[in-house]
Design a protein around this ligand. Sequence first.
Ligand SMILES: [Zn+2]
Length: 76
Amino acid sequence: MVIKYECRHCHTGLGFLPAEQVDFKRLGVLQLSPEEQNNLISYDEQGSISISVICEDCQEALRFNPNLHGYEYIIQ
Ligand SMILES: [Zn+2]
């Protein structure tokens, strides 16, 4: 099983990680509400997990346009 990171804004694939190497606690995922987890994490039929993150480009854009997207969680 792999976990796929994808930018939630531009949908750029940011990489894959074997699930065993991912510490959900460290990602901050467990601090999110179930609703937020639903928005950020999706599961496909093959059992792989996609996590919506923000890539560096979009993070920069957000920094200069903080009102563009409203409040966003940033998982690093
Ligand atoms: Zn992006």
